[in-house]
Design a protein around this ligand. Structure first.
Ligand SMILES: Nc1ncnc2c1ncn2[C@@H]1O[C@H](COP(=O)(O)OP(=O)(O)OP(=O)(O)O)[C@@H](O)[C@H]1O
Length: 347
């Protein structure tokens, strides 16, 4: 089932929580809503679910306007960070719960419920814990049971709000991969709220980057990293160093350094953003934008991560180069040459 969000506006009193949100999620996609705390991710999810109403705008599911439809009619499954399981019920009964409370005329038979619960237990790889109580499970296992419980009623859309937020880093990583696998198997249109960019980049087909109640950019991980539309996305996705300079006569200048521009830009203040892999190191000053002293060299597989301290500006610059590109050692003085940079006007 596809999701379309059209011109959604939401205020809480004077506070403008969502500003003209537009979004298309294709059937079967796994899309992340990513952004800093308070940017409106949960509010948008709750409006899509029908748990919260928008001031204006529309929500369409498979082309049908559900803006005024109650939550139960939307066929949506939820999973939240604090989605507590029923403490006194076994894992089996927790998963069966949604089916067993359906009205009699649409409730599956006992055998059908049994078959469904067993297949979900298999899917979440916990059949051996069917009779355990929630307190006997680890945090990661509990979240898997919570997901099985939301899948039992066969939702057409799955909304996940920081589902792994309370878990430690290692378990989070495992569950991410597991969620990806489950999504590939079931193809339920899913929206995942997270403030963890690694989680969003790893799990989703598409990422919606939000900031202060509006959508900054929608794209896959590579587009957001290599072609960010805004300074916010540039700084939020991946590592980057920013340098405030000026464009004059089609070149960008920063202190004594000038960088010729391929595109025509009007004169004015522009910040350049340079990613760690966009630097070259040299022992010659020719064409260099900065100089500094190597503080650390860290081997990260096929690359070296080199931390350079620029004493003039008192800042550290991270550089990612191959071992051949770095015949230098800690405490060596080096020059930094940008291979590429991304410019945004300063407003
Ligand atoms: N019921 C409410 N009443 C008043 N303000 C609210 C209400 N719900 C949310 N807000 C405000 O709206 C803004 C967006 O909240 P929301 O929970 O959607 O953010 P979020 O991006 O999900 O943040 P987080 O990552 O911290 O969960 C916040 O500033 C929050 O304080």
């Amino acid at each position: 089932m596809s999701i379309q969000v059209k011109h959604i506006e939401k205020h809480f009193g004077q506070f403008h929580a969502l500003k003209n949100i537009n979004l298309d999620v294709e059937t079967g996609a796994l899309v992340s809503l990513l952004g800093p705390s308070g940017c409106g991710k949960t509010t948008l999810l709750r409006i899509i679910a029908g748990l919260e109403s928008a001031d204006t705008g529309q929500i369409l599911l498979n082309g049908v306007d559900v803006t005024h439809m109650p939550v139960q009619a939307r066929k949506i499954g939820f999973m939240f960070q604090s989605y507590a399981l029923f403490r006194h019920m076994s894992v089996y009964d927790n998963i069966a719960f949604g089916l067993s409370v359906l009205p009699r005329r649409i409730r599956p038979s006992k055998d059908e419920i049994h078959e469904k619960v067993m297949s979900l237990l298999k899917l979440i790889q916990l059949p051996h814990l069917a009779n355990s109580l929630p307190h006997q499970l680890s945090g990661g296992q509990r979240q898997r049971v919570a997901l099985a419980r939301s899948l039992a009623v066969e939702p057409k859309i799955l909304l996940l709000d920081e589902p792994f937020g309370a878990l430690d880093a290692k378990v989070r990583k495992e569950l991410r991969q597991w969620l990806r696998d489950i999504h590939q198997e079931l193809h339920i249109t899913s929206l995942l709220v997270t403030h963890d960019q690694e989680e969003a980049l790893e799990v989703s087909d598409k990422i919606v980057v939000m900031n202060h109640g509006h959508v900054e950019q929608v794209g896959d991980a590579s587009t957001l990293y290599h072609q960010p539309d805004t300074p916010f996305v540039t700084e939020f996705i991946g590592e980057v160093s920013r340098f405030d300079g000026d464009v004059q006569s089609n070149q960008w200048t920063y202190q004594q350094y000038t960088y010729p521009l391929a595109q025509n830009l009007s004169d004015g203040a522009y910040s350049a953003y340079i990613r760690p892999h966009q630097w070259l190191l040299s022992n010659q000053a020719d064409g260099a934008m900065l100089s500094g002293t190597i503080k650390h060299i860290h081997d990260v597989g096929s690359f070296l991560r080199v931390t350079i301290f620029d004493a003039r500006t008192e800042r550290f610059i991270e550089v990612l180069v191959t071992a051949e590109q770095c015949p230098y050692h800690v405490n060596d003085g080096v020059y930094l040459i940008p291979k590429a940079l991304q410019l945004f006007p300063v407003h």
